[in-house]
Write a protein that binds this ligand. Structure first.
Ligand code: SAH
Length: 606
C-alpha cells in the first residue's frame, strides 16, 4: 500500500544527472511503495532500477508502465523524448518535470486527466523550496474544470470549458439539485430552482448557445453541450443461482435505456447478502464500473415496495430484492424510477430482476475553521472546501481573511458581529436548497463559533462536513511555549449568552482541580471586571508567581506575546483580540517560556 501522503497510482521517476538523482531519492523516500525508479545511476533504487540504458529507453519504459511520471529533466528534453509516445489524453500518463535546482515542478502533460497538476503540487510539497507550475487554464484562473468535479462528464467538455473561460454566455440547466462549486458569472441558470420534473429541456440551447447540463437522463448532447452526471441512481438486482452475466447486464442496460436514464449516474449495484458472490451480479457491477452493495434479507424485508413476491421470500427470506435494495441504497426520500422488471431470455424462464431508484438530492454544508489568521495555518482541507463552495457564509472580518481564495462567482453572504442566529439559518437554508455552502469561522468553527447554532438548525436532509481549524488557544500556546502540556480547559468570559454565575462556577472548578486555563473573550470595553475577578478566583489556589501568558492577535498582524505571572498580569493589556493562559501549580517559566510538565514518572526521576 502507498504511504498516506503519496499520490495514488504508480509513479515513475526518471533522471539523468547526479542532482536529479538526489531529488529522485528524496521523493522515493517520501513516497515509499508508490514509486519506481528508471534511468541511469539507479544504484540503491527501488524495484525496477536498471542502472543502465539511455534516458530515452528509461522514459519509454516508464511511460508504458506508470500512471504518472516525474522527470528530473529540462522540459525541452522531456518534450522531445515523450513526443513519439503520445497516444491520447485519456490514457497517457501525467508528466511533471523538475529542474536541476529543484525550484519548480512543472505539470507538462495530462494536467487533469493524467493527474499532473495534482502531482506537481505533491512534488512541490515533498521537495523543500520547490514550487508547482500549473498552466491548465481552469486551474490558473479559478474556474472549476468540468473534469475535476469528481463527477462523470460527457459531451463537448472542451468547448464548454473554453466558453466558460472566455467569458462567453453559458446556460446552466439542472435537472437535479447538485451542490456545485461556484461557476463564473457568465454561466447563468435559467431558473433559480433546479427542476426535478421533466420540463422537456434537453440542454440544447435555442440559438445553439453553450450549455452545461446537469442530468441523469440519457440525452445525446450536441456540439455545444457538456453533461455532468450527478450520482443520483442505484440499481437493485436479484438473480437465481447461476444467472448468466449476459442476462443480468442486458436486463440492467435495457431497464436504464427504456427509462431514458444514463448509466453514468448509477453509483452502485445493490442486492441481498446471500447473492454477494453471484457471478452474474458481480460481473454486471464490474461492467457498470460501480461497487456491489449488499444488504441482509431482514433489512430488505422491512422496506415497503410496490411489488413484493413469494419467490424471493422462499429463496432468500425477503419479499423483495431488486426494489428494496435499490431503495435502501438511495436512502431516505428515495424514489423508485423503474419498478421491478424481469429479464427476458429466449426460450427459458427469466433468472434476473432489476429495479432503479433515484436519491433525493442533498445540499452540502461545510463548517470550516480558518485558523487563527496566518494563511499557512489554514489547512489544505479548509482551502479545498472554500473552493468547493458556491456560497460562503460568515462574519465579514473572517470573509476578509480568505476572500482571495474563493472562486470567481462565489456568493458571499457576510454579516456583522452579532447576527449569529441569522447566519446559521441562512447557511442551513442555502444547503437545503441544494447548494454547496461553506460556513466559516476563525480558529475552529466549532469552538465558541458557528457550528453549534448551525447544526442545531440543520436537518438530516443535508450533508454536513466539519473541517477542524487551529484554535486561538493552540496558536497562543505555541507562542507561549508548552503551557497545555497537562490537563487544560478553555473558558469564555463573555457573559452575553452565559450568566456570570455559571462562568464563575466553572472558573472555581478549574481553580480547585488545578487545570491550566485559557480565557477566551477575556475583556472588552463594556466588560472589564470579569477578567480580574476570574484571575482572583484562580489566585485562591495558585501562587502569585504562577506563569501566565497574554497573546494578542496570534499569527495576525500586530501579534504580541507576553509571559508574565498570575500576580503581575495587567488586565489593561488585554482586549477581545487576546487570549489569556494561566498555568497550573506545576507550570514553570523556563527561558522566558511557559512549560507545564506532563507529570509522568520518567520526568520526575530525572
Ligand atoms: N473559534 C475561535 C474562537 C472565537 S471566540 C477559535 O477557535 O479560536 C473569539 C475570541 O477568540 C476572541 O475574543 C479572542 O479571545 C480569541 N481569539 C480568536 N483569534 C485570536 C487570535 N488570533 N489571537 C488571540 N486571540 C484570538
Amino acid at each position: 500500500m502507498n504511504a498516506p501522503n503519496a499520490p495514488a497510482g504508480l509513479i515513475g521517476l526518471v533522471c539523468a544527472t547526479a542532482a536529479g538523482r538526489r531529488a529522485r531519492d528524496r521523493l522515493a523516500a517520501a513516497w515509499p511503495g508508490a514509486v519506481r525508479v528508471y534511468g541511469t545511476g539507479g544504484e540503491g533504487g527501488t524495484d525496477g532500477a536498471d542502472g543502465a540504458g539511455t534516458v530515452r529507453e528509461a522514459i519509454t519504459r516508464a511511460f508504458a508502465e506508470c500512471d504518472r511520471l516525474v522527470c528530473f529533466l529540462a522540459t525541452g528534453a522531456t518534450v522531445r523524448l515523450i513526443a513519439p509516445l503520445l497516444a491520447d489524453k485519456a490514457d497517457d500518463p501525467g508528466v511533471v518535470c523538475v529542474d536541476e535546482a529543484q525550484q519548480y515542478a512543472v505539470a507538462l502533460l495530462g494536467g487533469h486527466a493524467g493527474g499532473a497538476n495534482d502531482l506537481a503540487h505533491a512534488v512541490a510539497e515533498a521537495l523543500p523550496g520547490c514550487r508547482p507550475v500549473v498552466t491548465t487554464a481552469t486551474d490558473a484562473t479559478g474556474v472549476p474544470g468540468l473534469d475535476t468535479l469528481g463527477l462523470p462528464v460527457e459531451g463537448s467538455v472542451a468547448a464548454v470549458s473554453r466558453a466558460m473561460l472566455d467569458g462567453e454566455p453559458v446556460r446552466l440547466v439542472r435537472h437535479h439539485v447538485l451542490p456545485l462549486p461556484a461557476l463564473p458569472p457568465n454561466v447563468t441558470e435559467a431558473t433559480d430552482n433546479a427542476t426535478e420534473s421533466n420540463d422537456g429541456d434537453d440542454g440544447e440551447g435555442a440559438a445553439g448557445e453553450y450549455t452545461l447540463l446537469v442530468s441523469d437522463r440519457a440525452v445525446a448532447p450536441g456540439d455545444r453541450t457538456a453533461v455532468l452526471r450527478p450520482p443520483t441512481l442505484a440499481v437493485g438486482v436479484g438473480a437465481s443461482r447461476g444467472a448468466p452475466a449476459e442476462e443480468v447486464a442486458a436486463l440492467v442496460g435495457q431497464a436504464l435505456a427504456d427509462a431514458g436514464l444514463s448509466p453514468l449516474s448509477v453509483t452502485e449495484l445493490a442486492t441481498v447478502e446471500a447473492k454477494a458472490g453471484e457471478e452474474g451480479i458481480v460481473e454486471t457491477a464490474r461492467r457498470l464500473g460501480v461497487p456491489l452493495r449488499t444488504y441482509p434479507a431482514d433489512e430488505l424485508a422491512a422496506v415497503p415496495v410496490p411489488h413484493p413476491s413469494d419467490a424471493p421470500l422462499a429463496a432468500v427470506g425477503t419479499p423483495s430484492v431488486a426494489e428494496a435494495a435499490a431503495l435502501l441504497a438511495c436512502g431516505e426520500g428515495a424514489e423508485l424510477v423503474v419498478p421491478k422488471r424481469k429479464s427476458a431470455p429466449e426460450g427459458r424462464a427469466a433468472m434476473a430482476t432489476c429495479a432503479v431508484a433515484r436519491r433525493r438530492p442533498r445540499g452540502r454544508l461545510a463548517v470550516v475553521g480558518l485558523g487563527p489568521g496566518a494563511r499557512d495555518l489554514l489547512t489544505p482541507r479548509a482551502r479545498d472546501e472554500l473552493r468547493r463552495a458556491s456560497v460562503v457564509v460568515g462574519l465579514d472580518q473572517y470573509v476578509d481573511q480568505i476572500r482571495d481564495l474563493l472562486r470567481p462567482g462565489t456568493r458571499v453572504l457576510e454579516s456583522g458581529l452579532g447576527a449569529e442566529e441569522e447566519r446559521a439559518r441562512t447557511a442551513v437554508a442555502e444547503a437545503r436548497a441544494g447548494r454547496a455552502v461553506a460556513l466559516i469561522g476563525s480558529g475552529d468553527a466549532g469552538v465558541y463559533a458557528m457550528a453549534s447554532p448551525a447544526l442545531a438548525e440543520a436537518s438530516a436532509d443535508i450533508d454536513v462536513v466539519g473541517v477542524p481549524g487551529v484554535t486561538a488557544a493552540l496558536a497562543a500556546a505555541a507562542l507561549l511555549g508548552a503551557p497545555l502540556g497537562h490537563d487544560h480547559v478553555s473558558i469564555s468570559l463573555s457573559d452575553l449568552h452565559t450568566p456570570w454565575e455559571v462562568i464563575e462556577r466553572r472558573v472555581r472548578a478549574a481553580a480547585e482541580s488545578d487545570l491550566v486555563v485559557t480565557f477566551y473573550n477575556p475583556r472588552s470595553r463594556g466588560r472589564d471586571w470579569q477578567l480580574p475577578k476570574a484571575l482572583a478566583l484562580l489566585a485562591e489556589h495558585r501562587a502569585p508567581h504562577t506563569p501566565a501568558g497574554v497573546v494578542r492577535n496570534a499569527s495576525r498582524p500586530g501579534e504580541r506575546t507576553t509571559v508574565t505571572t498570575l500576580g503581575e498580569l495587567d488586565p489593561a493589556a488585554v482586549d477581545m483580540m487576546t487570549v489569556v493562559t494561566v498555568g497550573n501549580t506545576a507550570t514553570r517559566a523556563v527561558a522566558g517560556r511557559m512549560v507545564t510538565p506532563r507529570g509522568y514518572r520518567w520526568q520526575e526521576s530525572r
